[in-house]
Structures are given as C-alpha cells and as structure tokens.
Design a protein around this ligand. Structure first.
Ligand code: PLP
Length: 388
C-alpha cells in the first residue's frame, strides 16, 4: 500500500500526507498527492474504485469507506458518433455510481481519509451532487455532515441529501455563496470542509475515471476526452491519472495522451473565456445561470490547474447554450439508451460544436463523460419538495 506526500500545485511547498490538510498554507492553491513507490500495474481485490488502491490514499491495514463506487460502464455509441460527426464515441456512464454521479468517487476517498484522521464531522458547499455523495459516505462512515446547497438545486438531489440524514442548509445564491457559509461553519465547529480542491483527496477518487478508462480500452487512450466542467475535479483528476500512468510505465513513456476538452454552459463559462483569452487564471463569472447544476461554478479554485491541463494536453474548451444542451441531452439518451444528465448532454453538444468549428478532427475517437443521471432532474419530484 502506498505512502504519499502532498505538493502544492502552484509553489514549492510540500508536506507529509499523514495529517489533516486543506489548501497550500503558503499560497492558498490546491495540494495534490504524490506517491512514493508504486508497483507497475498493481491492482487490489476490491469490487469498486479501490481496485486501484495501490495508487490511492489508503494506508496499510485501513478499510476504505465504500459503497461500490466506480467501475462504471464504457458504452460504445456508434449512432451517437454519427450524430456528433466523429469516427467513434464511447460514453463513460457515471450516473451509475452511488447517489447517481461521479461525485461518489471523490467522496469515497475524502471520507476514507477523514475517518482515518478522526474528524468530528464533515461540511460541504455543493451545486447538488457533491452534497448527495457526501451525505451517503458520511452516513457510511458514521460521521455527522452539514451540506450548504443553493435553493435552486434540482429537488430530487435535495431530497436525496435530506433522506440520507444530512443537515441541509438551503442558500439563496450559487455554490460560491454556499462556500463562504461552509468555510465559516468549519472554522467554528472544527468539522472538515471537503469543498472541491480545498481538500486533497477528492481528486484522488476522481482520477480513477482515468485509470478505468485506460483499462477498459485495453491499455489504449482515446484521441480526446470531453468533460462537463464546473469545479474542475473530474478534468484535473483524469489528467493526473494519465500523467501518473505514463510516469509509472502503465502507459508507454512516449504515449500520446488524449486532448482534454472542457464543456461548460454558456451561462457560466469562466474556463472557456479564460482559455480563449490565453489567460492562466480565470475571472469569476458574474450571475452564473444554467439548469445543469453541476456546471454552475462561477469561480473555481482549480482555475489555474484546469487552464494548465488545457495547455499541456493541447486541449480546448467550448461553451454550450442551455437550449442546445437540452436537445443534446435528449439525443444522447435516445441514441444510446443511457439516462443522460444535462451535464452529459452539454459534453456531447461540445463534440459537435468543436467538429463544426474545425477544432476536433472528424476521424477522432472520443470519450464523452455522462457525469450524472437524468433522474436527478425529473420534475415530478418538485411537488414532493413543495409539500415538505
Ligand atoms: C460536479 C458535477 C460536474 C462538474 O464536475 P467538476 O469536477 O466540478 O468539474 C459535472 N456534472 C455533474 C453531474 C456534476 O455533479
């Protein structure tokens, strides 16, 4: 089992991985884990993302907090590929995770470390799915949890959070406003704040999407990976995995890595705007507005890391209007049989937008991430919340 240290993603600071950690104490940027020794290709006997335990933050003798997250299907989608205008498309269906989004991956890792460190409780600001995931994993670990979520979060997600026994605080505003309240509560209570990239282990759970993808493609990588990006943990995690696999010889050292393509909503596209301007950090987006709640993140802490991933991978970023995302979500579901989330629809729409603009080759093989589930957005749930 691995040992690791935490390194600042922006400056030279490093610290041991065996104590509670948040952002870099010197510059405030995210910390990332770096492992000391890794056996090539090592796998563990777990039927969950902990299959990759040799490259995850789990110490000797520890049991992970797990609900069977990860190991999601990679679905070959030839009809969708024809519609989007590329040679081949696979959809990685993250809606199949516990609490119906890839947020389960990050929370399994973060709550595993939190329990090992003996924290008293967990607090998180969320655009929705992170709240449901943390509620589930805190319940599994026997820890109390408080979730700050915008009042505009899809009702089905709010109900999942409440049903899992979390303390739910509704916020008038967006995830940035929720973040300020969560920070204040963490300071007064001593509970651990597991906000996106303010805690170094969620992204370790997220990176398993990259490990799985390569294993599911028999050691190959696609030409491009499209991720619907909000806070950036999914995108940053997958790129971290690809770099680790190349460093450790799980991929050939001369392997050409995929282009990372960021899809955002036209109503909240800080990374698309910064990338287009050639900037290395993003200005916060004023008045973020999109129904795809996972994408409503106006000022991500991971902006510099995301823009670096785009540069290093010769990637690209595109904003999709919600009306286009709505149609693309229905088309994604109808072309594949998968329960498409709007965020997944946004990623699919980004592929055709980039092809039409000549920014993605027609003979490309592309992996589209369906990061959540359509069920989380179904309207019949609204009546139940209104009656509560
Ligand atoms: C959180 C979320 C996103 C955005 O992911 P980041 O890692 O924050 O960029 C996309 N889709 C869904 C369904 C989400 O819950």
């Amino acid at each position: 089992m691995p040992t690791w240290t935490l390194h600042c993603s922006a400056c030279d600071h490093a610290q041991p991985g065996d104590r509670a950690a948040s952002v870099c104490p010197v510059c405030g940027q995210p910390l990332l884990a770096r492992y000391d020794r890794v056996a090539p290709g090592a796998r563990a006997p777990h039927w969950s993302l902990w299959r990759y335990a040799p490259v995850l933050p789990l110490r000797d003798g520890e049991r992970p907090v797990t609900l069977g997250e990860g190991l999601t299907p990679l679905v070959d989608a030839p009809a969708l590929a024809r519609q989007l205008g590329v040679r081949r498309v696979w959809v990685k269906d993250e809606g199949r995770n516990p609490t119906a989004s890839f947020k389960a991956r990050g929370m399994s890792a973060a709550i595993t470390r939190a329990r090992a460190l003996g924290v008293a409780g967990i607090v998180v600001p969320t655009a929705g799915n992170a709240g449901a995931a943390v509620a589930a994993y805190a319940a599994a670990a026997g820890l109390p949890v408080r979730v700050y979520a915008p009042r505009t979060t899809p009702p089905a997600i709010l109900m999942a959070i409440a049903a899992l026994g979390a303390e739910l605080e509704l916020v008038d505003g967006h995830i940035g406003d929720a973040g300020r309240l969560a920070t204040a509560f963490a300071a007064e209570s001593g509970w651990l704040n597991v906000s996106t990239l303010r805690e170094p282990y969620r992204v370790e759970g997220m990176k398993t999407m990259g490990y799985e993808l390569v294993e599911q493609l028999d050691g190959r990588v696609p030409d491009a990976i499209v991720y619907p990006t909000g806070g950036g943990e999914g995108t940053i995690g997958i790129w971290k995995a690809l770099l680790e696999m190349r460093d450790w010889g799980w991929l050939p050292t001369d392997a050409r890595l995929p282009r990372m393509l960021v899809a955002q909503s036209a109503g909240c596209a800080p990374i698309v705007r910064a990338h287009a301007a050639g900037a290395d950090r993003a200005e916060p987006w004023v008045d973020p507005d999109t129904y795809a709640s996972g994408l409503r993140v106006p000022g991500p802490l991971g902006d510099r890391l995301l823009l670096r991933v785009l540069r290093e991978s010769a990637g690209d970023a595109v904003a999709v209007p919600d009306a286009v995302t709505r149609d693309a979500t229905r088309a994604l579901a109808a072309a594949t049989g998968l329960d498409a989330a709007p965020e997944g629809g946004c990623a699919a729409a980004a592929v055709s937008a980039l092809v039409r603009a000549g920014r993605l080759a027609r003979d490309a093989e592309v992996v589209v991430f369906n990061t959540g589930s359509g069920a989380s957005y179904r309207r019949e749930a609204e009546d139940l919340v209104a009656a509560a």
